[in-house]
Design a protein. Sequence first.
Lengths: 309, 309
Amino acid sequence: MRVVVALGGNAILKRGDRGTVNEQIAAIHEACAGIARIATEGHELVVTHGNGPQVGRLMLQDEAMPDRVPRFSLDLHVAETQGQLGYLIQQELTVALARAGLPRSVATVVTQVVVDGNDPGFEHPSKPVGPFLSAKGAAEYRLRGIPVAEAAGGGWRRVVASPEPLEIVEADAVRALLSDGIVPIAAGGGGVPVIRDGEELRGVAAVVDKDLAAAVLTATVAADVLLMLTDVDHVVRGFGADDEQLLDKLTVRDARAGVVSGEFARGSMGEKVLAGARAVEAGARAVIASLEHATEALAGTAGTEIVAG
Amino acid sequence: MRVVVALGGNAILKRGDRGTVNEQIAAIHEACAGIARIATEGHELVVTHGNGPQVGRLMLQDEAMPDRVPRFSLDLHVAETQGQLGYLIQQELTVALARAGLPRSVATVVTQVVVDGNDPGFEHPSKPVGPFLSAKGAAEYRLRGIPVAEAAGGGWRRVVASPEPLEIVEADAVRALLSDGIVPIAAGGGGVPVIRDGEELRGVAAVVDKDLAAAVLTATVAADVLLMLTDVDHVVRGFGADDEQLLDKLTVRDARAGVVSGEFARGSMGEKVLAGARAVEAGARAVIASLEHATEALAGTAGTEIVAG
């Protein structure tokens, strides 16, 4: 099977870590061991990943010294995180695959993702990026006209526009690597968001959700499975209530309804179940699971599978 | 012919520019128009580029706020610049090729370059990065233990280790793109420097010279020509003297001798003539020329060609 593996933020940097190079390498090392176990089952891999803390770091640095270095636009920062994280993942994954007895080349393709300039996401910034803020820190940002929102895990975070991904620009390159037996890392951080302007592409200030981009990637490479790895084992219905339910399966219809009702919050589980629904509609399987249970999730015995219906 | 085009710093950011996104895009736009003219001659392209100002910017930002965000190591910064510049170049080059009537996919491969951990470059930092410094600024850096050196163009700049490039790690990926008719952008900023540590690769704090890396890339993809584009039309012998000579040809022997004697200074023209010598020894042609005369340089009627002998 061809499997698109989408690594959540936690697979790249543990919650609570400050974001040092060594912390990133340690998290990625562990994630790559998990990915290598999938490969040993005989599956062909495509890897994608989030970039929330990393892109937030670059935004923070830009803001801190606008007089000494020119500020970059957000599209450039996303591209920078693709370079940084792609480099670390390809370095670690190559070794993990070799140790698993499956030596393969791994390479990152810098990837643009086309979005619609009229996407409502540009009016309503919703994607959390960067470090968690105190109420006071959040208030300061607000005063400077920078949007913030309460974070799913408590506290506040900056939010940026998160338009819908429509198309992977570097689809040919990803397919070229796959057809040569190379493991591509692509659409990192949801891809660099660009809009079409005649025959040109133009970067925009946004961060595309990496799971939604992974669903587009799944269709683009005609993958059999979209495997979204995160820090929980299952999608939960009625989270925190007495009758909360760990779901083994979730239908496309219930996934979409849960996103509309807010049961699966945007900026958290909402995009994952939506990405799963889209992947299933495009003819793939889609599973949300923890890194630890990745191989079981592929076998259908762990995680939450989004199913037709 | 298969041509490796190495874009100098000036093709990515004009001398004197502050480094805004728009300045970078304008310079890259012009460079890509030049590259597209090469493609219209029927040549197959591989693109590589420098990253001096861009990597310097990231180092400067890291230094400015060590308490708020963890400092990254230099290998990560190089990888970040590959993402950033690769993104901008692939975006502009795609359009330039389409306008030239040669629609092609263009994709950046995040590229590691193996160096030797015992390279003398680690003892003697020599590669200038980042903005030009005043004598006072340079003295401040010295006091903090950060190496600086007088720059070729006047003023001072930070210098970092610049070990010899030995091998392109992602050679398979670059070849896979080429064999599918895709234009690869690879080894940007000289590649992310890594050393071999058993079966692992490990990033090191250095910046590999992009022309020397381009020579390795030339051999790796068995290119017919290494074309180094810079802001001068010719290599000059006896620069500034009454009898200074614009060279049409330079033998491998004279190139190497000029590097040893200091006639072709390291950190400036030295690496270019050395890269040219190595490319010629590997069986390719090598030409140093200005962006404006790139096609004439390929035809042998402009620039300085390094020749056997």
